[in-house]
Design a protein around this ligand. Structure first.
Ligand SMILES: [Zn+2]
Length: 160
């Protein structure tokens, strides 16, 4: 079975077991190659402000990022994934993305949130559970608590 469908199936079961809202219009699961996952994190997360303060600016500076040491270092790491609001639904951002990253843009579904990951079940499920919790507005006050909750749920559904 395709990884995406497998993760969707597990996510549906989790939402049923925990009585959470689940709508495929809200949650987009993307299984991508490592480079694309790194690029989405680069664009969406505020960790890369040295390449631009806004996602728009960061997209425009993508060539600079691709030839940076930071990018090379990230490519050497094994695990990559992320989750967030789907900013690509914004018209202005879409237009810029169409110019700079048309191929990646085409892979992004028109959902409220996106969870993206390399083709590895643990990572894909982890990010998707984050996404399910976001959609249901479940946020614990500390990032490490959110991680613990996500991993705790994941352990119940992953067969190790
Ligand atoms: Zn996490």
């Amino acid at each position: 079975m395709k990884l995406k469908n497998k993760v969707l199936g597990i996510l549906k079961r989790i939402s049923k077991d925990f009585d959470l809202k689940f709508d495929e219009k809200d949650i987009g699961i993307l299984i991508l190659e490592k480079k694309d996952v790194i690029l989405l994190n680069y664009i969406l997360s505020p960790m890369f402000t040295s390449f631009g303060k806004t996602p728009e600016e960061r997209i425009k500076n993508i060539e600079r990022f691709l030839s940076s040491e930071e990018f090379k270092k990230l490519m050497r790491k094994k695990y990559h994934g992320g989750v967030g609001k789907n900013l690509f639904r914004n018209k202005k951002l879409r237009k810029i993305a169409e110019k700079y990253i048309p191929e990646l843009l085409r892979k992004i579904p028109d959902t409220k949130f996106i969870a993206y990951s390399i083709p590895l079940e643990e990572v894909a499920l982890h990010e998707s559970i984050h996404c399910l919790l976001m959609v249901n507005k479940i946020f614990l006050p500390k990032p490490e608590l959110n991680e613990a909750l996500t991993n705790g749920i994941m352990r119940r559904y992953l067969k190790w």
